[in-house]
Design a protein around this ligand. Structure first.
Ligand code: GLU
Length: 328
């Protein structure tokens, strides 16, 4: 049996549940939580390989966003009639993100602030609109609220380890890709599993509304793994530490943050998916998508992207080249 540090579980529990607006943390044996696309797997009840995982929509190039038009306006001088002008008038940019994804967006227990690579993407945009990256209001959302928060105008932008895919493009625009991740699996240090396929019959946790949750349903091992959902990956970490699940599967970025918190855990496997991260934006305002893409172009060019990578992820090695922008 795994020995776990109670402190780690407690911290993860706090990070995972404190103040999560809209998180109705599902119970272990409760009704399945639907994914953002409405095609949830049974929560802990259904072997993943037999669950009706919908085939991925490959009808688009999810990496291709809207080409920026011309130079960026000066901060504080957003063109009239644009969403940027509305945001400027409001006085702050509203960013939807998590608070329990260490390195990407997690609450710093010492400062109380949510920080990480994703938060810095929001700060870049606030800086471009106002000339002040601190003019950023963070709204903590669950993974399954990422699309809806944008659709309902509750946030201006979601930067939340969010994979740009064709299903989601039907509801929101994505910025150009700002990070390339891939799905792996976290297991106990003493586990012999080397990939998801080695976890047949085991309970694997993912957050409701995440692409990883859907992907567990596509593993064709015999027996198949059992997909278990929790409201957040912080909740998955607690479930893992309490031996309620055998493994957690999600993007390597998120797992790296978990492994950094748990000396009894390790991340294994090749990347068995590609998870290109984009910021989700309102489709009704293509000018804002173009603006955000211009901000990202500048960040790639002037070294800001690289510095941001080194700040949050430098411990894993030198910064790669930023993902090249693709446009439709
Ligand atoms: N990148 C994933 C998504 O956008 C989040 C992590 C996961 O799926 O596990 O849903």
């Amino acid at each position: 049996m795994r020995t776990r540090l109670a402190l780690i579980a407690t911290v993860a529990l706090l990070l995972g549940t404190a103040g999560c607006a809209g998180d109705s943390a599902p119970r272990y044996d409760a009704t399945p939580a639907p994914t953002a696309t409405g095609r949830g797997l049974e929560q802990g009840a259904e072997p993943a390989g037999t669950a009706p995982a919908a085939p991925a929509d490959t009808s688009c190039n999810p990496r291709a966003s809207l080409r920026p038009s011309g130079a960026l306006p000066q901060p504080g001088r957003m063109p009239a009639g644009t969403l940027m002008a509305d945001i400027q008038k409001r006085g702050r940019l509203i960013l939807g993100t998590s608070q329990d994804t260490l390195l990407f967006s997690s609450r710093n227990p010492f400062t109380g602030k949510v920080e990480g690579f994703d938060v810095d993407m929001g700060r870049l945009i606030a800086g471009a609109i106002f000339g002040d990256p601190d003019k950023l209001q963070i709204t903590v959302i669950g993974y399954d609220q990422r699309v809806n928060s944008v659709l309902q105008g509750k946030v201006d932008v979601v930067a939340d380890t969010m994979t740009a895919n064709c299903d989601r493009w039907k509801d929101v625009n994505f910025s150009s890709i700002y990070y390339e991740a891939g799905q792996k699996v976290l297991v106990s240090k003493n586990s012999k599993a080397a990939s998801l396929e080695d976890l047949g019959g085991k309970r694997i946790c993912s957050a409701a509304g995440s692409t990883s949750y859907d992907n567990i349903g596509k593993v064709r091992s015999n027996p198949p793994p059992v997909a278990v959902s929790r409201a957040t990956f912080g909740d998955c970490l607690v479930a893992f530490q309490q031996n309620e699940v055998d493994a957690i599967s999600t993007d390597d970025t998120i797992l790296a943050g978990m492994a950094a918190q748990d000396p009894y855990a390790k991340v294994v496997g090749p990347r068995h998916t590609q998870e290109p991260y984009g910021m989700a934006l309102n489709r009704d305002h293509p000018e804002f998508t173009q603006f955000v893409n211009a901000v990202l172009e500048k960040a790639r060019r002037d070294g800001t992207w690289k510095r941001t990578y080194e700040k949050w992820l430098g411990r894993f090695g030198p910064a790669p080249q930023p993902p090249a922008a693709q446009y439709r």
